[in-house]
Design a protein around this ligand. Structure first.
Ligand SMILES: NC(=O)c1ccc[n+]([C@@H]2O[C@H](COP(=O)([O-])OP(=O)(O)OC[C@H]3O[C@@H](n4cnc5c(N)ncnc54)[C@H](OP(=O)(O)O)[C@@H]3O)[C@@H](O)[C@H]2O)c1
Length: 336
């Protein structure tokens, strides 16, 4: 099968197309023909080993799992003899969790992993991107932010994949939502349902008149210290990025008993597979009801993964960068 290998840490050029043996499912596993995956900032962090801490769990000198990629959507091709939840032909989507390996034509995953039936009526690319953003944004909004009707929520980085899904989730949970993005993305974020938008190139939300119960820094560009003045009493600052100040503040909050304004960083990628599977089923319901959608910025064929990573590295993508592993004839002709 074709796969993208990262045999060392470095720039996008370390990613190369290779032929690997097709995996065989164990008794409790399914074999998935991957149709689409996504190129994401966490994938780039694994590729670069940046931040350095990545090396402690991904391999100190070189990557232990040389096929990167977490989110996927595809079709089950075969199942092990003990598998009862899925059958060949089922369309599924989900996350590989710590084993990675979605940058390939095939993968084997446990049937009890972070997998669910793909929502009907959306493409594999949309399903893979939704899985990535939702499995990150949902735990922040629901579990850490306790977003509910009447709460005021600000999403910093509302034009990224995590932020654009957080806007839609917070609205669906009943909050009043302010999105922070640049002027070129204002209409897009309003179109996702945000009640108002702040253009960060013109106005610093931490100096404005708005006050918030939850500030979700989806791109980790602000800090608890800066956001503190615009948090309501008992307000919470959530961040996807484990900066020293956020982690220190989080530990201090625990020592002080969690009273007052708090900061929370959560490694949502490390949640248990069965928790992710439950959220994927919820996501599928929302997607089928048309209550949540993916913004797709660009699409690349699998062979162009290095180009996709170079684009994600710019930090300017809007929504998702989808990798079409099974290319349509039209896409293949355009790419080659
Ligand atoms: N904690 C976890 O377990 C976990 C899991 C998944 C992802 N993450 C992290 O979550 C972060 C977000 O991922 P993502 O895919 O949503 O990111 P992304 O799509 O790469 O974010 C890019 C977007 O951020 C906007 N942006 C850049 N600078 C900004 C600023 N100063 N203020 C507001 N917006 C700004 C850009 O808009 P403009 O071009 O208009 O500036 C662009 O649309 C990444 O750092 C990722 O590593 C963490």
């Amino acid at each position: 099968m074709r796969a993208i290998l990262a045999e060392r840490y470095g720039g996008p050029e370390v990613l190369r197309l290779a032929e690997l043996p097709k995996p065989v499912p164990a008794d409790n596993q399914v074999l998935i023909r991957i149709h689409a995956t996504v190129a994401t900032p966490p994938d780039c962090a694994y590729r670069k080993a940046d931040p350095f801490i990545v090396r402690f769990f991904a391999g100190f000198i070189r990557p232990k799992n040389q096929v990167l990629g977490d989110s996927l959507s595809g079709v089950i091709e075969a199942v092990g003899k003990d598998v009862t939840r899925f059958k060949p032909g089922d369309e599924v989507f989900g996350a590989t969790c710590e084993v990675l390996g979605a940058y390939a034509e095939y993968i084997t995953l446990c049937e009890n992993g972070a997998l669910a039936k793909k929502p009907e009526g959306i493409s594999h690319g949309e399903a893979a991107g939704l899985a990535e953003g939702f499995l990150t944004a949902m735990p922040f909004m629901r579990d850490h932010g306790r977003v509910e009707p009447g709460k005021t929520v600000l999403i910093n980085g509302a034009s990224g994949n995590v932020g654009s899904l957080a806007v839609q989730i917070a609205k669906r949970l009943g909050a009043e939502v302010t999105g922070v993005c640049s002027g070129r993305n204002t209409d897009m974020v309003l179109g996702l349902g945000a009640d108002r938008v702040i253009d960060y190139t013109k106005q610093d939300f931490t100096l404005g008149a708005g006050r918030y119960d939850v500030i979700f820094d989806a791109v980790g560009k602000s800090s608890f210290g800066h956001c503190r003045p615009v948090l309501n009493r008992q307000g919470v600052y959530l961040t996807t990025v484990p900066t020293l100040s956020a982690v220190t503040r989080m530990l201090m909050g625990r020592i002080l008993g969690g009273k007052g304004k708090r900061a929370i960083f959560a490694p949502t990628g490390l949640r248990k597979p069965h928790e992710k599977a439950k959220d994927l089923r919820l996501l599928a319901d929302w997607a089928e009801a048309g209550a949540i959608r993916l913004i797709i910025d660009r699409r690349y064929p699998l062979a162009d993964m290095a180009k996709a990573h170079a684009y994600v590295d710019t930090g300017r993508k809007r929504g998702s960068v989808v990798i079409e592993v099974v290319e349509s004839l039209e896409q293949a002709q355009a790419a080659h």
